[in-house]
Design a protein around this ligand. Sequence first.
Ligand SMILES: NC(=O)c1ccc[n+]([C@@H]2O[C@H](COP(=O)([O-])OP(=O)(O)OC[C@H]3O[C@@H](n4cnc5c(N)ncnc54)[C@H](O)[C@@H]3O)[C@@H](O)[C@H]2O)c1
Length: 253
Amino acid sequence: MSKRFSGRVVLITGAAGGLGRVSAVRFAREGAHLVLTDVNAPGLEQTAERVREAGSTCSTHGLDLASETEIKAFGARICSQQPRLDVLFNNAGVAYGEINGPIESLSQEKWLRYLSINSLAPLFLAQALRPALANAKGVVINQSSMASYVPGVPYGVTKATLNAMTFAMANALGADGIRVNAIAPGIMETPANKEGISAETYARVQGMQMLKLHGTAEDIAALAVFLASDEARFINCEIVSCDAGNRLRGWRG
Ligand SMILES: NC(=O)c1ccc[n+]([C@@H]2O[C@H](COP(=O)([O-])OP(=O)(O)OC[C@H]3O[C@@H](n4cnc5c(N)ncnc54)[C@H](O)[C@@H]3O)[C@@H](O)[C@H]2O)c1
């Protein structure tokens, strides 16, 4: 495989498992140095081990994306250590549990927490890392969801907000030559969604695909690498679906 990211630095949030871990390994195979963050320290260490096995280097950082203060301090630290940041992959998110319940049942406190992590943290982190991203004329990728297209539950609302945030971020960061896009995955098998979604719902959502394929974390990792690469240099301010043409587009009502 060609090493398109040799000498480049890629930061991935939510890297302790699932789509974040598989993306980290994929960027590692492409030669990138990884900066990995999550709130799950043991999971982060397992990902770091996989990155090293793939022949690359990385650092790991505990970072709670619900805290603007933590994000700002982290960004300042990274900018002093890595004056150049080529890719910020805002992959972390709360995707399972009560965030998929009825919109009427969530308290204001919970709404604000989920919006903070899923919709606002990508902006705050990009702002905190902006000097290093600007030095590299870097790329930001936000992990949205097909659920953003027809939101029926709080999760979809947070991801629809993230799509809007992606457009606004592209508009603002473009001044520094930074590209900003989002990926909208369909249903992709990860340990978290196998556990968090019933087998019946999984089959129903997958059954709405125009293509009878099984979505994997590798499908998302491949798209992230492409959007981060020089081949995608003219692609900006886009929400790119990767869902085998899912007619349901996330409707869980
Ligand atoms: N797997 C899918 O089918 C699918 C589909 C559409 C979108 N997505 C999105 O992809 C991303 C990854 O999903 P996944 O299936 O790998 O799930 P996952 O739960 O394995 O990954 C999410 C990661 O985010 C981290 N996280 C949660 N809250 C955090 C916080 N406050 N601060 C820092 N990190 C935090 C978790 O610890 C976890 O490692 C999520 O944003 C999810 O919404 C997944």
